[in-house]
Design a protein around this ligand. Structure first.
Ligand code: HEC
Ligand code: HEC
Length: 408
């Protein structure tokens, strides 16, 4: 009896997960059809607890592994189909295709086919109220509103207590098990609270997710191999050895690799197994960071090539009373922490799988790796003139660095 139920269930789950895995956003195929039963109808937790380990047919099979595999599949169903009785969005409304992110091409294709898709509601629209899709079609960003911390005000209009930023939908590749701080400013530290926030921020839910749904979502994102771009990274996520960066095949790739040694132009911030940790040293002293720092700024919101509206943030250090004014399009982590030195700081991203996760930076302002390098040209120019340290790179260096990054 239990068995029949399990087999029926497994068949359903596998069919659905295979369908979801094929949902590559770059191929304009039919949308997956929605199952008629809700996820909870299909898989109530009790059905797993009732699994009979002494059953003849289950001998030699690890019960915990089966349960975990089913929870991973259940998490996949929730990710792709569960709407929490809300505005029609699922996680996959924004985290699309094989890179689990949102690219301008995805948005344009979707808008042409289904202009009333729930993606274009609320924080997906131009005004936050569901009107206009100009912004999202161009840069695939989502509006995120923050309450200002008590010690931060806006110089242009001190009555403002809430600000709205536009943020990229980050790729979930190589992140969910291998990252310790989530979101582009690192403001979340676990996947369950992240998912709870996502449901409430984006889905306008009519019911709250249960703890068991949040756990299943986390397990799916951490354990499903589709979230990893190489076998080494997948094995690392399961406790295997840390990945090492490729040696490079061509001269150019090998020269590019040298920029990721510790204390170099890129390796001072993109080091360690995930290429997302700083290394102390000569540059660490200049930039004031030690080993393993993750929160940094490279002037994306102040150079503001995206042309976003800028405001002057007045931040008062509550201990010293020292005031700093910063004109920026997005003060980043300071909105979450209220710490004045966090203004304009974001999480240093992993570079593994970087080929698949364009566009880049917290606001999608670099469409290609070439445009990423344009930002570093501006940043290194600033560092050279303001800090007296010359990290400027030649056109050949730029080619080499890109060639190396394409191997990751
Ligand atoms: C309306 C679009 C949208 C929906 C729907 C959505 N997300 Fe996100 N997600 C985002 C954006 C935008 C960010 C980054 C926000 C930021 O950093 O300020 C993000 C960040 C994340 C991150 C952190 C990634 C990282 O690099 O640290 C995870 C994990 C995630 N989302 C999972 C989910 C899950 C699970 C769901 C469903 C419960 C979901 N998202 C629904 C837009 C969305
Ligand atoms: C001072 C620290 C620092 C240095 C030096 C640095 N980075 Fe970064 N890198 C960051 C931070 C922080 C971000 C996220 C910035 C943002 O979104 O605003 C980032 C983002 C990136 C991204 C985009 C990742 C994504 O998924 O959006 C790429 C690619 C990248 N860096 C490559 C490089 C290369 C190549 C070099 C050397 C030329 C380099 N970085 C040097 C800190 C640094």
């Amino acid at each position: 009896m239990q068995h029949e139920r399990m087999i029926r269930l497994a068949g359903f789950l596998i069919a659905t997960s295979a369908m979801a895995a094929c949902g590559n956003s770059t191929v304009a195929g039919p949308e997956p059809t929605e199952p008629t039963a809700t996820v909870d109808d299909v898989l109530a937790d009790d059905s797993l607890d009732g699994l009979d380990v002494d059953d003849e047919n289950l001998r030699g099979i690890d019960r915990d592994k089966i349960i975990e595999a089913l929870q991973v599949l259940r998490g996949g169903l929730i990710f792709h189909f569960e709407k929490f009785r809300g505005n029609g969005r699922t996680c996959a409304t924004c985290h699309r295709g094989e890179s689990f992110d949102l690219k301008p091409a995805d948005v344009q294709r979707l808008h042409a086919r289904r202009p009333n898709d729930p993606l274009f509601l609320a924080d997906g629209s131009d005004d936050g109220l569901g009107n206009g899709a100009t912004r999202i079609k161009e840069d695939a960003t989502i509006r995120i509103t923050f309450n200002l911390p008590p010690n931060i005000t806006i110089v242009e209009d001190p009555s403002i207590r809430q600000v709205t930023m536009v943020r990229a939908v980050p790729s979930l590749l190589n992140i969910t098990k291998l990252e310790t701080i989530f979101m582009l400013d690192g403001r979340q530290t676990n996947l369950q609270s992240q998912a709870l926030g996502a449901v409430n921020d984006h889905a306008q839910p009519g019911r709250q997710p249960t703890q068991s749904e949040l756990d299943a979502l986390a397990l799916f994102q951490q354990k499903d191999p589709h979230f990893y771009t190489t076998r080494e990274l997948y094995e690392y996520s399961r406790g295997g050895p840390p990945p090492t960066i490729p040696a490079g095949n061509t001269e150019s790739e090998r020269r590019g690799r040298a920029f990721f040694e510790p204390d170099t132009a890129c390796g001072s911030c993109h080091f360690g197994p995930m290429l997302n940790e700083s290394t102390a040293g000569r540059l660490g002293a200049v930039f004031n960071f030690g080993n393993g720092t993750r929160i940094r700024g490279i002037r994306v919101p102040t150079d503001n090539v995206a042309g976003l509206p800028m405001l002057t943030y007045r931040c008062t250090n509550p201990t010293t009373g020292v005031v700093t004014n910063t004109r920026t399009a997005d003060p980043g982590r300071a909105l979450a922490t209220g710490i004045c030195t966090d203004v304009n700081q974001f999480r240093t991203s992993t570079l593994w799988g970087i080929n698949e996760s364009a566009p880049y930076f917290h606001n999608n302002s670099a469409a290609t790796l070439e445009e990423v390098m344009d930002q570093y040209d501006r940043f290194f120019e600033f560092v050279a003139t303001q800090r007296g340290v010359d990290l400027r790179i030649t056109p050949q260096d730029r080619e080499d660095i890109i060639a190396f990054m394409r191997l990751l």
